[in-house]
Structure formats: structure tokens, C-alpha cells
Design a protein around this ligand. Structure first.
Ligand code: ZN
Ligand code: ZN
Length: 360
């Protein structure tokens, strides 16, 4: 019962009751030579958490503790750990394991490793133990997936960067967002607001593309050079064939006319999706790509190197995530997920108050 053999965390036991959190004892995988135990200080609430506990992404391994935007203090260091020091403030994102030996891992593409394991809901191969996330006291993670947080970043603002921030940052840097480029960000939510902040920090001319005008003032306050609302008639025409890159962060594909979005791209411009809507998605035809020879793709999280460069950029440029803090508790978690379900958040929840919650 005593740390470090087990610790407490909030789990969902049944997807039909996805706001009913149970404070249970969690058993982590055995402590390895490369592992770091982290006492959690804060955790962002990702849309993945909601899709997972509510069953929108299909069957999961319940009971399950979600949360993968973790910031905490490294309190125990494995004997072979070299990347992290005891006592350091560190972060953990959505991925917690990769083999570090395959072709992808050796090319800084470890987020695409075939052996990758998620921070929650994955089964550790030798033990059968299901990984549990950051709505808990502690997390145990391989050092490669633990990242020092620069002093300049506040804990509650750094947390959401570890999944949402990285998900936006990696496709921007991999696809050349920078001075002289015109970048579009579809959807101003948790990921999208980071897309805007980071694309601007990288020097790109950045537009937000949203359904209505309701977030226009916020987008401008975050530095957007322009705002396009798809409810407006012929919204795409003034911008046809002008964008170099569009990152699609939308979490719903209802009524989404992909062809109109693709018409915004310059020749061989790229459409990169990072949101994972529930349901079947959409049909695409070759004809849709012909007018501009555009390319369509996706992106998954980002490498360790990209996490470190993103955090450095955020600290150097004073980038501030827009977060609402909620204290972690059964009620706090129910509130956070219910409001996220209604898209009622500007623009990310960070769970705080861990010391208070877990001290008793
Ligand atoms: Zn996430
Ligand atoms: Zn690998």
C-alpha cells in the first residue's frame, strides 16, 4: 500500500458513466533501470481523455485512469537514467514507450514506432499491467519520455503543451511553417490555439479557420493575422491557392466540405490532420487534388527533440497557453469532462491542487 508499490488515482470503471470517477489504488509496472517516478503537480485535460472514457473511440481497458499532459517532480530515478535529475520539474505526454532501436526510432520518429505504448490504456508487454495516466498521484515513465520543463514556464501552462502543444508543433516544424509562409489552423480549440501561438512564434503568417465568428476576438488576441469563418458565403474564394500549409485540428467532421478547404492550398500545399473525430470520416476523390496538386496527410504527437525545442521556444518567446484551472477531485473531473464535452473551455483545462487532493 505504501509508495512506490502503488498509489491512488481517479478511474472511470464504465464508459456509460464517464463522469463517475472512483478513487482507486493503482499498481504501476515494476520500476526499471531507465524509469523515473514523478509526483504529479498538474495535468491537462485532453479531448482524448473524453473520447476514451466515454467509449467514443471503442473498447478500452476499464477501470482506467486517463490524463496525458502531466507536469510533476521527479522523485525517484532508475540506476541507468541520464536524462533526468532527481528533484527536477518534468513533463510526460501521451506516449510513454518506444523501442529506441527500430528504423523509426533512430530517425527521431519514435512517435511512429510499432512498439509504441500510450501513457494510459496500453498493456505493458511482460506484465500485462495496463498503463494509467495523470489523474493520479504519481506516474512511472521511461526517461526518454520524460522532459525537463524550463524554469520560465508555469506548471499549469506547460502541462497542456505536452500533448496538445506538441500535436500542433510537430506538423508545423516538419512542414516548414516559418517566415514567408502562410499557415491555416482549422479549429480554435485546445490543439488549435497552440497551432496559432506556435505558428506565429515560428514567424508564419497565420490564419484561423473556424465555423463561426465567435472566437475571432480571441484569435486576434492570440496574434492571428486573419480569421476565416466557414459559415460565411463563399468563404474560401478570396483565399484560394494562397496557403502553404493547413493544420486541421477539428474534432468533428460533421458538415465538413473538405474540397473547399483543400482549394485554399497553393500548389503542392499540405493539409495535415491531427484531430481524431469519432465516426467514419470523409471520402476523398483524386479530382479534389487536381487543381493544385495538394498533399494530404496526418501527424502523430512529436519526437523527444521536438518536445524539447517546443518547450524552449515557449520559454524563450514567453508563449502562454490559455488555460482554465480546475482542482482535481471527483467533482472537479466531472465538471472538466462535462464542460469539455460541450466545448465549453477556453482553451484547455489544467487540473491542479494535487497536493491538497492526495495529502489525506
Ligand atoms: Zn492528448
Ligand atoms: Zn522503435
Amino acid at each position: 500500500m505504501v509508495y512506490p508499490d502503488s498509489w491512488k488515482g481517479f478511474q472511470i470503471e464504465d464508459p456509460s458513466k464517464w463522469t463517475e470517477f472512483h478513487l482507486n489504488e493503482l499498481t504501476p509496472k515494476p520500476f526499471g533501470d531507465y524509469d523515473v517516478d514523478i509526483k504529479i503537480l498538474a495535468c491537462g485535460v485532453c479531448a482524448s481523455d473524453l473520447h476514451t472514457v466515454s467509449g467514443g473511440w471503442g473498447e478500452q481497458k476499464f477501470p482506467l485512469c486517463v490524463g496525458h499532459e502531466i507536469v510533476g517532480k521527479a522523485v525517484r530515478i532508475g540506476s541507468k537514467v541520464t536524462l533526468i535529475k532527481e528533484g527536477e520539474r518534468v513533463g510526460v505526454g501521451a506516449q510513454s514507450y518506444s523501442c529506441l532501436e527500430c528504423r523509426q526510432c533512430k530517425a527521431d520518429n519514435e512517435t511512429y514506432c510499432k512498439h509504441q505504448l500510450d501513457t494510459y490504456g496500453a498493456v505493458w508487454p511482460e506484465t500485462g499491467i495496463v498503463s494509467q495516466g495523470g489523474y493520479s498521484e504519481y506516474v512511472r515513465t521511461h526517461e526518454h519520455w520524460v522532459f525537463p520543463i524550463p524554469d520560465g514556464l508555469a506548471t499549469n501552462k506547460a502541462a497542456p503543451m505536452l500533448c496538445a502543444g506538441l500535436t500542433a508543433y510537430s506538423p508545423l516544424v516538419r512542414n516548414g511553417a516559418g517566415p514567408g509562409k502562410k499557415v491555416g489552423i482549422v479549429g480554435l480549440g485546445g490543439i488549435g490555439h497552440f497551432g496559432l501561438l506556435f505558428a506565429k512564434a515560428l514567424g508564419a503568417e497565420t490564419y484561423v479557420i473556424s465555423r463561426s465568428h465567435s472566437k475571432e476576438a480571441d484569435a486576434k488576441a492570440m496574434g492571428a493575422d486573419g480569421f476565416i469563418a466557414t459559415q460565411d458565403k463563399d468563404w474560401n474564394l478570396p483565399h484560394e491557392m494562397t496557403f502553404d500549409l493547413i493544420v486541421n485540428t477539428a474534432s468533428s467532421s460533421d458538415g465538413f466540405d473538405l474540397a473547399k478547404y483543400l482549394s485554399l492550398l497553393d500548389v503542392h500545399g499540405k493539409w495535415i490532420s491531427v484531430g481524431l473525430p469519432e465516426g467514419d470520416g470523409q471520402e476523398v476523390k483524386t479530382q479534389t487534388f487536381m487543381a493544385n496538386g495538394c498533399l494530404i496527410g496526418a501527424s502523430h504527437l512529436g519526437s523527444r527533440k521536438e518536445v524539447l525545442s517546443m518547450l524552449k521556444l515557449a520559454a524563450d518567446k514567453g508563449i502562454e497557453s490559455w488555460v482554465e484551472e480546475i482542482e482535481i477531485s471527483k467533482d472537479g473531473l466531472a465538471t472538466a469532462l462535462t464542460r469539455l464535452h460541450k466545448n465549453d473551455v477556453r482553451y484547455r483545462f489544467t487540473l491542479t491542487g494535487y497536493d491538497k487532493c492526495f495529502s489525506s
